[in-house]
Design a protein around this ligand. Structure first.
Ligand SMILES: NC(=O)c1ccc[n+]([C@@H]2O[C@H](COP(=O)([O-])OP(=O)(O)OC[C@H]3O[C@@H](n4cnc5c(N)ncnc54)[C@H](O)[C@@H]3O)[C@@H](O)[C@H]2O)c1
Length: 339
């Protein structure tokens, strides 16, 4: 049985409650939020019979618990996760693992020292589109990948912490895209990053709402990312539009339900200058398991139950966070950053 303390009762926690409360092996034993009305509202909405605390440290030892759900803003992750691990509890946390690589390293140390698990909710790895694309790359359906371009261009309006934080796009969103890019390439890590953030006068963010970044990954693949929350028109899907260029063609996911291969045709050696055209072949989506938060939470519970590896374990996920932090460093210094 999983006895769960839920820390952070804002908006995303609803997806966590819905998943957990549909399971027979989960009971919620405490809800924590410094804004009491937030915690009480969720307690009432989900008909929970458990105490409410203003600080997670007050809950340790007072309620039965072996697992923490951390759905607080990024700045609180380090403190909440480490205190939970040190009190002998496993942790499922919202992305990002932490707000700095140093903090993420401390979390990993605490997990290693206590032997407890810390898994990160990277729901976008569980989209059918990215999983279908990954299976094509993994089996080299059009040869080996050498370049990924991903455009995630939106006019995204939020209320709350994102409007006021530094580097909102890079810190709060791009971790998804960078983590998906690593996933596509078999969980490789970045070797270098170059990034430029920008925030034109019409932006409704205090920090930079847009960024272009180039990575070189171990294995040599180059990733070109163009991200924006401040577009006014011509949006892509919020999941981005992905083109993976490979030695024998390209694999594409439009960020919605469309995945296709564009298969290169034999080169015509005597044709003089000409531009190659591939042959497009639609690919049916792989629909194994559930998508998004449910898919990732199902995998986390399964990994904790069976002791099997979880792909978003903190030891893996720090490499996605490192890409985000390297982008911020590059943007601030104007220099390419080696990881
Ligand atoms: N995976 C996704 O697709 C996705 C989507 C949205 C948000 N998120 C992530 O989820 C986290 C929360 O985002 P949100 O949109 O729900 O934020 P939110 O502001 O709606 O909710 C956060 C809640 O945490 C509470 N809180 C703050 N400090 C706390 C503390 N020390 N202890 C306990 N509670 C505390 C706040 O009072 C608030 O109620 C962030 O890390 C965010 O990046 C992930």
């Amino acid at each position: 049985m999983f006895s769960v303390i839920v820390a952070g009762c804002g908006s995303i926690v609803n997806k966590w409650f819905e998943n957990a409360l549909a399971r027979e092996d989960v009971k919620i034993t405490a809800v924590v939020d410094p804004i009491e009305k937030n915690a009480v509202a969720h307690k009432e909405r989900y008909g929970l019979n458990c105490p409410v605390f203003g600080n997670i440290s007050e809950a340790f030892g007072k309620v039965e618990a072996n697992l923490v759900f951390n759905t607080t803003p990024p700045a609180m992750h380090e403190e909440i996760i480490i205190s939970a691990l040190m009190n002998g509890l496993d942790v499922f946390t919202e992305k990002p693992l932490a707000d700095s690589v140093e903090a993420a390293r401390d979390i990993i140390l605490a997990a290693d020292e206590t032997g407890r698990k810390c898994f990160v909710l990277q729901n976008r790895r569980y989209l059918y589109g990215i999983r279908t694309l990954r299976s094509l790359i993994e089996k080299e359906a059009v040869g080996k990948p050498f370049h990924i371009s991903v455009d995630m261009l939106l006019g995204a309006h939020f209320t709350g912490f994102r409007n006021e934080m530094e580097h909102p796009l890079l810190l709060d969103m791009s971790i998804h895209t960078f983590d998906e890019a690593r996933y596509l390439l078999g969980d490789v890590t970045a070797v270098s990053a170059y990034c430029q953030e920008y925030n034109p006068p019409h932006s409704w963010y205090r920090g930079e709402g847009a960024a272009d970044a180039i990575f070189e990954m171990s294995g040599g693949t180059v990733i070109s990312f163009r991200g924006s929350w401040i577009g006014r028109a011509e949006n892509t899907s919020s999941h981005g539009r992905w083109t993976v260029s490979c030695g024998e063609g390209a694999a594409v996911w439009d960020g919605y339900r469309g995945v296709w291969l564009n298969e290169a045709q034999p080169v015509r050696p005597d044709a003089g200058y000409y531009e190659e055209e591939g042959l497009r072949r639609e690919i049916a989506l792989l629909r194994d398991g559930r998508e998004e938060h449910d898919g990732c939470l199902d995998a986390m519970f399964n990994a904790l139950k069976t002791g099997r590896a979880m792909q978003t374990d903190c030891h893996n996920n720090i490499h996605s966070l490192a890409m985000t932090r390297a982008c911020i460093k590059s943007s601030v210094t104007g220099e390419k950053v080696m990881l």
